[in-house]
Design a protein around this ligand. Structure first.
Ligand SMILES: [Zn+2]
Length: 159
């Protein structure tokens, strides 16, 4: 990761956005509240919180919630990510969410992993998901109409 990749990103603001949405997490079972904030290349920020369910497997991660909101608003690319959890440990995306993020990011996408007090470290998605499987592994014909491989997805709604 080079300085030019991260020096224009306000990670403190991105972590603050994740911290703010974490207050709305619905986690009555684990009591582990998570907030995620996604920054797009155009400067938009989309947030999400974890949503648990009495039928445990039906719960959703904060990152999945934020990705859904991003896509619903027509954005397709990640510039940076912040994830914040409960307690003193830095909150890293779960394995499934690393894959979800890679769909719209790259090995170079910086991710701020934060503790509940807002302290954070920055890692790359490539460090979290080495040798990732992604859209580039699939022939274009297998992608939905209008889609291009990761790294080429438009940041605007598709026609
Ligand atoms: Zn997850």
């Amino acid at each position: 990761m080079t300085d030019t990749m991260t020096d224009v990103i306000d990670f403190k603001a991105l972590v603050a956005a994740a911290m703010a949405v974490r207050r709305h997490a619905y986690a009555p079972y684990s009591h582990y509240h998570v907030g995620a904030a996604l920054l797009t290349p155009s400067g938009q920020i989309f947030v999400g919180a974890n949503v648990e369910n009495a039928a445990y497997p039906q719960g959703s991660c904060a990152e999945a919630c934020a990705i859904g909101t991003m896509v619903a608003n027509g954005a397709r690319r990640l510039r940076a990510v912040a994830v914040i959890g409960s307690g003193p440990d830095l909150c890293t995306p779960c394995g499934g969410c690393r894959q979800r993020l890679f769909e719209f990011g790259s090995v170079e996408t910086p991710i701020a992993i934060a503790a509940a007090d807002g302290s954070f470290e920055i890692v790359t998605l490539g460090a979290l998901l080495p040798r990732a499987f992604g859209p580039n592994h699939l022939p274009l014909g297998h992608l939905p109409p209008g889609h291009l491989p990761s790294g080429h997805l438009p940041d605007a709604p598709l026609a």
